[in-house]
Design a protein around this ligand. Structure first.
Ligand SMILES: [Zn+2]
Length: 192
């Protein structure tokens, strides 16, 4: 499925290694760079974490925990829509890899778009506070593009709500507020 999504110029081969681990062989360096730059990738809503191959490096030394995501940060005041603010806001979420500068092409966008490396075992941040011109706190909403399987209870990627360790404890509790429920609904509304 990934092969068909990638539209590479040269063929790609997947070599199954250990459990869930694959070596992806690109026929062309250009394809490899493009696909790594476009990560993250998902298969059937499951995150496919990719790291560049390093010649001679032992498999145990590869770290698949940090995955790049494009993130949209909403509610930043117009006068604050600048590079440093994007970096500061992105850094609150993860390591900033890139900033999307599309707004500089003359079209107004209502969010700042930042590429950040996320620790995929940590709950996702839903909001972030920034300080406005008058020293006031501004609540910014964070949206994650192409979010894979996600748990509304604990806010982690990789399992569904009913498979969450917290689920058994709260089952049967009435009028339960799902911590991430409203956030995700709002997110879907904004992205559609
Ligand atoms: Zn969970």
């Amino acid at each position: 499925m990934l092969k068909s999504l990638w539209h590479t110029k040269e063929p790609v081969n997947f070599v199954a290694m250990a459990d869930g681990l694959f070596l992806v062989k690109f026929g062309l360096r250009e394809d490899r760079e493009r696909i790594l730059n476009m990560a993250h990738w998902s298969f059937d809503q499951c995150l496919f974490s990719m790291v560049p191959f390093v010649k001679g490096q032992d498999i145990s030394r590869y770290c698949f925990l940090f995955v790049p995501f494009w993130v949209r940060i909403f509610n930043i005041p117009l006068e604050k829509m600048e590079r440093q603010v994007a970096i500061d806001n992105g850094s609150a979420i993860g390591e900033v890899l890139a900033i999307d500068r599309r707004d500089r092409e003359g079209c107004w966008v209502e969010y700042i778009r930042v590429r950040v490396k996320l620790d995929i075992f940590k709950p996702l941040r839903r909001v972030h506070y920034m300080v406005g011109a008058e020293g006031e706190e501004i609540l910014c909403t964070i949206n994650y593009e192409r979010l894979p399987t996600f748990c509304y209870l604990c806010g982690c990627i990789g399992h569904h709500t009913h498979k969450c360790g917290m689920y058994e404890r709260i089952k049967g509790v009435e009028n339960l507020e799902f911590q991430y429920g409203n956030w995700l609904r709002a997110q879907m509304g904004q992205l559609n």
